[in-house]
Design a protein around this ligand. Structure first.
Ligand code: ZN
Length: 309
C-alpha cells in the first residue's frame, strides 16, 4: 500500500466516523424531540382535562347559587339572583291562608346507592317522588331506574352526560344527549320519558349557545322541563346538617302553593337520606300533599320561550 492509499483509507475512515457521529446526533436529537413533544402533549392534555373539570365544577356551583338565590336568599347574599321569568306563575303560586301546600320532592343526579335508601324511606311513608336521572349504563343503575318506575315514582331526564361543556356546546350535542338519555330510560324501564330537568336549570348562563334554543327544542319534542323553587341546599358550597336541610325546605314550602324541591340522590348525599324521614314527617305535620310530578304539575320554570318567539 502506498502512502497515498493509506492516506485515502485514513480519510475514508474518518469520514465514516463523522457520518456516524452525525447520524447518532440526528437520531438522538429526533428521539429527544419526539419524547419532549409527547411529554408536552400529555401535560397539555392533563391541563385541558383539569380545566374542563374546573369549568364543570364552577357551572355546578352556579347551578347551586341559582337554586339558593331563589330560595335560601337571606343566607346567600351576593350570589347570582335568578328570578323566575314566569313571574306571573311565581306570584300566583304564593300560598294564602288555608291553601294546601303541594310539594314535589325531586332527586337529581342519581341513581346511586343512595337511591335505594331513599326509595326505602319513600315506601315506608307511602310517598311518591320524582327522580331526574343521568346516563348510567350499568345493570345496577338500570335496575334502580326500573325500581323508581315500578314503585310508582316519576322518572325524568337530567341529561345523559351532565357535563355543561358537552351538552350546552351546541343544539346538536344537546339534542343527541337528550335522545341518548330518553333511549336509556326507555330501555331500562319501558317508559318513554317526557320530563326533563336542565343541569344548572333553564336559566344557567354557561352555554355557548342561547338556552332558548334548548328550551325551544324540548318544547318541540313535547318534553316538559321543570326547574325548582325550593332548594334543600344539599349541593351548595355551604354544607348543611340533616336538620338544616329540613329547615331550608320547610322555610320555603310554607310560602308556596306548589313547591318543587331540589334534592340529590347521587353518591355522597347521605345527609339528604338522613334528612328525608323527618322532612316527610314535617311536611305531613303541615298537611302538605307530597306528589310525584305529572302532566298536571304547575311548571316551575325560570325561563320560558313562547311558541311565537
Ligand atoms: Zn345535576
Amino acid at each position: 500500500m502506498t502512502e497515498e492509499q493509506r492516506d485515502l483509507a485514513q480519510e475514508k475512515r474518518e469520514k465514516r466516523k463523522r457520518v456516524k457521529r452525525m447520524k447518532t446526533f440526528i437520531v438522538t436529537f429526533l428521539s429527544v424531540w419526539i419524547m419532549l413533544s409527547i411529554l408536552l402533549t400529555t401535560v397539555l392534555c392533563i391541563k385541558v382535562y383539569s380545566l374542563q373539570k374546573q369549568i364543570d365544577k364552577l357551572s355546578e356551583s352556579i347551578e347551586n347559587a341559582a337554586a339558593s338565590a331563589t330560595t335560601v336568599s337571606d343566607t346567600d347574599q351576593g350570589s347570582v339572583r335568578v328570578e323566575p321569568v314566569t313571574e306571573a306563575i311565581a306570584k300566583e303560586n304564593l300560598a294564602e291562608e288555608g291553601d294546601v301546600h303541594k310539594v314535589y320532592l325531586t332527586f337529581d343526579d342519581g341513581p346511586s346507592d343512595n337511591t335505594d335508601a331513599i326509595l326505602e324511606i319513600l315506601n315506608e311513608y307511602n310517598v311518591k317522588a320524582t327522580f331526574f336521572v343521568v346516563g348510567k349504563e350499568d345493570q345496577e343503575s338500570r335496575d334502580r331506574m326500573k325500581r323508581i318506575v315500578d314503585e310508582g315514582h316519576t322518572i325524568g331526564m337530567h341529561s345523559y352526560a351532565h357535563k355543561y361543556s358537552e351538552i350546552y356546546s351546541s343544539l346538536e350535542n344537546f339534542s343527541t344527549d337528550v335522545e341518548k338519555m330518553q333511549n336509556l330510560i326507555e330501555d331500562a324501564t319501558g317508559v318513554r320519558c317526557m320530563i326533563y330537568r336542565f343541569p344548572g336549570s333553564s336559566s344557567n348562563m354557561i352555554s355557548n349557545t342561547d338556552m332558548t334554543d334548548y328550551i325551544r327544542y324540548l318544547n318541540e319534542q313535547g318534553i316538559a322541563y321543570y326547574d325548582w323553587n325550593v332548594s334543600s341546599g344539599d349541593s351548595t358550597s355551604q354544607v348543611y346538617t340533616a336538620d338544616e336541610l329540613v329547615e331550608n325546605v320547610m322555610n320555603d314550602v310554607v310560602k308556596y302553593k306548589t313547591s318543587v324541591v331540589l334534592l340529590h340522590d347521587s353518591e355522597g348525599k347521605e345527609t339528604t337520606v338522613e334528612a328525608l324521614s323527618s322532612l316527610i314527617e314535617r311536611l305531613q305535620e303541615i298537611d302538605a300533599e307530597i306528589l310525584p310530578i305529572t302532566d298536571d304539575t304547575v311548571r316551575i320554570q325560570y325561563m320560558t320561550v313562547s311558541a311565537n318567539n
